[in-house]
Structure formats: structure tokens, C-alpha cells
Design a binder for this molecule. Sequence first.
Ligand SMILES: [Fe+2]
Ligand SMILES: [Fe+2]
Length: 479
Amino acid sequence: MSSVVNSERIPNNVDLASDKKLQRALEAWQPRFIDWWKEMGPEGFQEDQIYLRTAVSVDHEGWAHFDYVKMPDYRWGIFLTDPVADRKIGFGDHMGEPVWQSVPGEFRNVLRRLVVTQGDTEPASVEQQRLLGQSCPSLYDLRNLFQVNVEEGRHLWAMVYLLHSYFGRDGREEAEALLERRSGNPDKPRILGAFNEPCQNWLSFFMFTYFTDRDGKYQLLALAESGFDPLARTTRFMLTEEAHHMFVGETGILRIVQRTAELMKKNKNEDARAEGGIDLPTMQKYLNFWYSVSLDLFGGEISSNAANFFASSLKGRAKEESYEDHRAVDGIYAMDVPVSAGPGVVSGFRREEVPLRNAMNEVLRDEYIEDAQRGVDKWNRALAEAGIAYKLKLPSRRFHRRTGIYGGLCFDVEGNAITKEEWERRRDEWMPSEADEAYVKSLMTAPIYDAKLMANWIAPPKHGIKGRPVDFEYVKRTA
Ligand SMILES: [Fe+2]
Ligand SMILES: [Fe+2]
């Protein structure tokens, strides 16, 4: 079991004190991180006491500590799961070799890119969510938002630790740049598309934590297989925290579904909006949006980069041990590739047999889609139990894609090719319209800071946090 030091400026289980140079570099980065947090973290809550969980070790039983803390005083630490003795690389060309404790020279640039791309998503999501506190549906939800935010901050720390420790000056420069890019800023955007999309209301927040954080889960699972052991160990521990983010999304949507069902039953026309709720077709549109932008995060269906990551034993498949062939040299993945008949026009599909390594993004996306379906099934069960026939649905993976073989082409939610004109004409049937955005916003104009209250558009959760009641004062406002 690794020993944990929580008394130092940077809590860690990597014996930071033994490497003075690294310690100094990270301690120099720390105040810049705090400046970034104060500028781009949750706006208007930096002085409040929040009931938060803080990672204090990687011990299965008691890895987290719960207490009130002001967010800028949160103890962002560096925690890697304990090393597995004699761990061997589990996939790719280096399968069976001992895992690497330093970066193999030939993979240095590729690996740095992988770490930076993952790292960039973490502060990006904090930036996207920074104004949501001002329209929170309850203190319980406010606390969950902040919990997600501080942990994304810790995930940034996890990646910055790798950059500083293993990538020399380039790594230190990348660590600076992670604090300089800004979500949605056209001059210095975050690296990946979904992380530049505005997340302006709580329906988006819950869809984001369900669908976009779940992309994070699958990226982390794939990196947790890495032959570069420090990356594998740090992402393994990040997954522990990530689970809560998806819980927030899944239960958040579930609670809206439950409340909407109640409001529909109250109304003689089953009109949720008339009762101040969020109607199911509107929820479906937000689902379509966040699901489709999250699918893009997996990258192209046919990708030489993905093949390269896998071949180099840097990024595996989620739960690699569940596969039989870990080299994937001979396998093929058959997919239907759209045939283009002029710009943006699809005339049909052609079956293509893609070498399995080049299809690794699609393999990961398949796992993701299956996992994403589980929550949708749960939401639909809640609707069925309430006697409502409407079903939420994942749209086709072709719908509203910007990257890969479907990127820039037009498909309906069933995956049928349509013309650009039809897309323009019907866009608002499938995606949040300006009017939908305005409506959802109108429900969330004021925050609810009374622990006994819950916004009208969402049901209370079943349980509170860490055995506390639902109406516990999870956030103590100072103002
Ligand atoms: Fe994260
Ligand atoms: Fe997350």
C-alpha cells in the first residue's frame, strides 16, 4: 500500500517530497491553478462552505473524506492506484513486455498528446459549468455540481503531474497551456468540440454528466490499460471519482423524468409545460444534442491514430482482459460507410472491412453506446411505471456528427440520409430550438438556496449524500 502524505502543500501518494525539483515545479504551478480556479471556477460561490468529498488515499474502503470546505481551499492531490507487481503490457505490439515506468523515446510525442487531450477536457468542463450554480434547483444539486467541478480540477492535477514528471520542459509548457485555453473562446478554444459547447442550464448539465462524462469514463478505461504504467495507475483512480459524475447525470435525468410524469398526470392534457415542467420531447432534444457531440469525442471510425495508439500499447480497449485477441492484428471490423454523391449528399452505403486496429475508436464507441443505453432504459422504466407511453431514445450514431465518416453529412435520428434542406427544415424537431432554450431557461431563473425546497421541474433525490438527509444544508452560503 502506498503511503499517503496529506500534510504537504500538495497531498500525494507518489512520495513527492523525495523529488525536490518536481515538487518545486508543481508548487509553482499550484498558485496558477488556484488563480485559474478563481477566475474560471464556479462563479459566486468561492467563499461558501460546501459539503464535499476529498480524495485522501486510494484505499478501497476509505479513499474519501467528507466535510465542509471552501472550494479554493479544496485539497487537490495526486493519487495513483498502487502499482501491480510485475505488471505486463496487456495488448498491442508490446504485449507481454514489462510495463514502462518512463516514457519510451519513440512514443514521447504521441503519449504527451494523449495526456494533454485528456487533461484539457477536465478544466474545460469546469469552465462550461461555471454559471450553473446561479440557477440551481436545490442545495443538494448545487453541492453535486461543485463536487463534479472540484474533481475535474483534481483530474487536471493528475494529468499535470504526468506532464511535469515525465515530459520535461515540453510537459511543463503543456501544463501552462492547460490553464490558458478557454472553453468556447474562438481565439484559444479547448481541444475537443463538445468541451467548447455552452452548458447553460441544468438539463444540459445532467445530459453532459450522463453522456459527456461517460465518454471520459471510456477514454479513462482505455488509458487504464496503457503500457505506460503511471498513466494506467492515475486513470484507474480517476475512474473512482468519475462514477459519481455519471451518477449525478443519470439520477438528475431520472428525477426530471419522474417530476415530468407527475406534472403530466396533474394536467388534463398531460401537458408538462403547462405545469411548469420540462416536457419529454424537449428532454429528447437535449439528449440528441449531448449524445451526438459526445459520440464525436471518440474520434473517426477509421483512424490510423487509433491504430497507432493500440499498436504502440499506449491506449487499449475498455476492459482489455474481456477480449480474447489482444494484438488485434488480423481482426476486421465491418462497417457501412456512406457513399457521397456530391458535397453533403449521401447516395447510399458501402460495406467496408476495416482492419480492427484502425477501428479501435469505433470499438470503444460501441461499448459506450451499450452503456449509455442502460440509463435510457431506466428512465423509460420510470415513465412506464408512471403510466406514460413516451419513450426516450438514443438517436442513430450517424445523427448530427461533425467528425468521422458521417461528419458533415445529414441524417435523421433514425440514421436515414437526408438532404441539407431537410436537415435545416427539421432541425428544431430534433435539436433544442431557440424557443426550447428560452423555455428551459425560464424555469431556471433563480437559484434555490433553501435546503427544504426543490425546484418545481425536478423530483427530490431518493437519498442524500453520505447518509445525510436530502434537505441537509450541503452548501452554507456566506452572502
Ligand atoms: Fe474528469
Ligand atoms: Fe467527470
